[in-house]
Write a protein that binds this ligand. Structure first.
Ligand SMILES: *Cc1c(COP(=O)(O)O)cnc(C)c1O
Length: 419
């Protein structure tokens, strides 16, 4: 029999509802420093959870394989036009389910299996989907991997140029997930042009900073730009591909029908909302504050003797090399979580330890900056992190810091969470 009334989640599934409420509390009461995470606004969350979830719409606006698209076409067109205006791009495909499928679609668009592509190696701060060997992008395609210099841990452009000349890859990826410095897109573009490669900028981590003018833009330099939509851009979980008009057809065909079926319309609607938010002066201030906060936090950590890869940051991200402290990344991250400070352990360049127990921790300021925290809070945070690492087994100290963290969090309510 059809159920006529529609009880809320708390009634139909109290077990699941309790988990969501507990996660709300965790996100409210901890300092979330994972650099790929953020707090989406209430408006973005509302669109994500809307009835657009219920609609199938394979194809693109006005070229669909299902009827009933009057509202869905308008939603997708709004997302596309807002993103093109925000970034200064000719075309945007907003259908990729996340960052990894967006990247895979770029391979599908331009490469045959066995063709060569080039990207930054994972241990040097690159992403799995730039050709690392456990990813299909490293299995189905011939992946050439460049790295960072041993001397200063910056991208080794001499190596990039030499490998590009030797291998003449079809795609050259410029993008990072654990690299604290801005990327020189001019240099990448010059190398790509010389060898006839398509330069693909993957701005998954930094798209919000690019939109807000706090990181150099790859647009006009890279022919194709991919991104997630849920990191610094503060949108729903999803992916997107922006490109020059010349590549529109190939990219669209690669996403659908090449790789995906029906788009996630609720995510596309929420992305349209995020793109509108990102076009405001307040978002420019946010992007600037993310970078300023990271710099102040980095200075605070350095002043407490914590070594940072490349000696600091000019983005939202800090990679601390804990080798000199004698505490590996994993026990540090576990102790920090007990103190209410959530980071992730991470390899550092030329790490002598394995990926499941590496030497570093990766820290980012996007989420705490969304709460409105500023330089004073960054200095307190640097002190807490250094105190935890000084003695990861002092449970009383960890508990005391967790209490102080909670008090600070109470002063800076997070967007999107019930107050
Ligand atoms: C996060 C990230 C991705 C992948 O995004 P998912 O949504 O996790 O699939 C791709 N590239 C880079 C550089 C990233 O940081």
């Amino acid at each position: 029999m059809t159920q006529r009334i529609d009880p809320p989640l708390s009634v139909t599934d109290p077990e699941l509802d309790a988990l969501i409420r507990a996660e709300e509390r965790r996100q409210a009461d901890t300092l979330r420093l994972i650099p790929s995470e953020n707090y989406a606004s209430r408006a973005v969350l509302e669109a994500s959870g809307s009835v657009l979830n219920n609609k199938y719409s394979e194809g693109y606006p006005h070229k669909r394989y299902y009827q009933g698209q009057v509202n869905i076409d308008a939603v997708e067109e709004l997302a596309v036009s807002r993103l093109c205006a925000l970034f200064g791009a000719d075309h945007a495909n907003v259908q990729p389910y996340s960052g990894s499928p967006a990247n895979l679609a770029v391979y599908v668009a331009f490469m045959q299996p066995g063709d060569k592509s080039m990207g930054l190696a994972l241990p040097a701060g690159g992403h799995l989907t730039h050709g690392w060997n456990v990813s299909v992008t490293g299995k189905y395609y011939q992946a050439i991997q460049y790295g960072v210099r041993q001397s200063d841990h910056l991208i080794d452009f001499d190596q990039v140029a030499a490998l590009a000349r030797e291998h003449r890859p079809k795609l050259l990826w410029a993008g990072t997930t654990a690299y604290p410095r801005v990327l020189d897109y001019d240099r990448f573009a010059e190398i790509a042009r010389e060898v006839g490669a398509i330069l693909v900028a993957d701005i998954a981590h930094i798209s919000g900073l690019v939109a807000g003018g706090a990181h150099p833009s790859p647009f006009g330099k890279a022919e194709v730009v991919t991104s997630t939509t849920h990191k610094t851009l503060r949108g729903p979980r999803g992916g997107m591909i922006l490109c020059d008009a010349a590549h529109q057809k190939r990219i669209d065909r690669a996403v659908f029908p090449g790789l995906q079926g029906g788009p996630h319309n609720s995510a596309i609607a929420a992305l349209a909302v995020a793109a509108k938010e990102a076009a405001t002066p307040a978002f420019r201030d946010y992007a600037r504050a993310v970078v300023d906060n990271a710099r102040v936090l980095a200075e605070g950590l350095l002043s407490r003797g914590i070594a940072l890869v490349t000696g600091g940051t000019d983005t939202h991200l800090i990679l601390a090399d804990l080798t000199p402290t004698g505490v590996p990344g994993k026990p540090a991250a576990v102790a920090l979580e007990k103190a209410g400070i959530v980071t992730n352990y991470n390899s550092v360049p030329f790490d002598t330890r394995g990926p499941f127990d590496p030497s570093g921790i990766r820290i980012g300021t996007p989420a705490i900056t969304s709460r409105g925290m500023g330089p004073d809070e960054m200095r307190r945070l640097a002190g807490w992190i250094a105190d935890v690492i000084e003695d990861v087994e002092d449970e009383a100290r960890l508990a005391r810091i967790a209490g102080e963290v909670k008090d600070l969090c109470d002063q800076f309510p997070a967007p999107g969470l019930p107050s």
